[in-house]
Design a protein around this ligand. Structure first.
Ligand code: AMP
Length: 221
């Protein structure tokens, strides 16, 4: 089963991905993480992407799609893949269809994490992530605090704040998100693949919730 996650910045896509990876043995592709890795390694791609990311804009489609094309084969042996932060628009959604079709696969579910804008700002400013890429645990200083300040409960690494998780960049990211997401949501709605989950600020997404969403989705098909 291949799942596409839709939703604004800080809507919980990373948390859902981590749980799906853990509970359903799915691969996890996060284009935002891929870009952050390229930036850390100071590659040409990273340098190009950074200009857009720092301003809260999307990296152009050709760069993003080519980056994904180069990596998608690594996930062939998984029990499906969860796509986190890709596609961000219809052009990318069509490119994903083509990439999956080449492997005899398709998107099976577009899970839309629907959360009000004011909650998004609150969630992202308070978000902290584990600096250990292999772990990638996500915390929130209000409703999912680590047991020890600044330290990951799971692996003991330092927690960090993403550079683009500040109010100014988030406001721009939200604007970009709203410009692109309507069409994308309609794209999956028309194919009867969309499953909308309504959330609010203090929701701490759990394994049980995911199980229930997947069961409901399957029941309503
Ligand atoms: P994320 O970690 O998904 O919030 O992504 C962080 C930033 O990376 C975004 O604000 C964009 O600048 C860039 N990015 C991530 N995924 C994409 C994508 N599919 N298309 C374009 N830009 C992306």
């Amino acid at each position: 089963m291949n799942i596409v996650l839709l939703g604004g910045p800080g809507s919980g896509k990373g948390t859902v991905s981590n749980l799906l990876e853990e509970t359903q043995n799915m691969g996890h592709i996060a284009t935002g993480d891929m870009f952050r890795e390229e930036i850390k390694n100071e590659t040409d791609l990273g340098k190009k992407a950074q200009e857009y990311i720092n301003k809260g804009n999307l990296v152009p489609d050709d760069i993003t799609i080519n980056m994904l094309k180069g990596k998608i084969n690594q996930f062939k042996d998984f029990h499906g893949v969860v796509f986190d932060g890709f596609p961000r628009n219809v052009e990318q959604a069509k490119a994903l269809e083509d990439m999956l079709e080449e492997q005899g696969q398709k998107v099976d579910l577009a899970l839309f994490l629907d959360i009000p804008d004011e909650d998004i700002i609150y969630r992202t400013v308070k978000r902290r992530i584990c600096s250990n890429k292999e772990c990638g645990a996500i915390y929130n200083l209000e409703y999912k605090k680590p047991k020890v300040d600044g330290i990951c409960d799971i692996c003991g690494s330092k927690l960090i704040q993403r550079k683009d998780d500040n109010e100014e960049t988030i406001t721009e990211r939200l604007k970009v998100y709203h410009e692109q997401s309507k069409e994308l949501i309609e794209f999956y709605e028309e194919q009867n693949l969309l499953y909308r989950v309504k959330l609010h600020a203090s929701v701490n997404i759990t394994k049980e919730m995911i199980k229930e969403w997947l069961e409901n989705y399957n029941k309503n098909r």
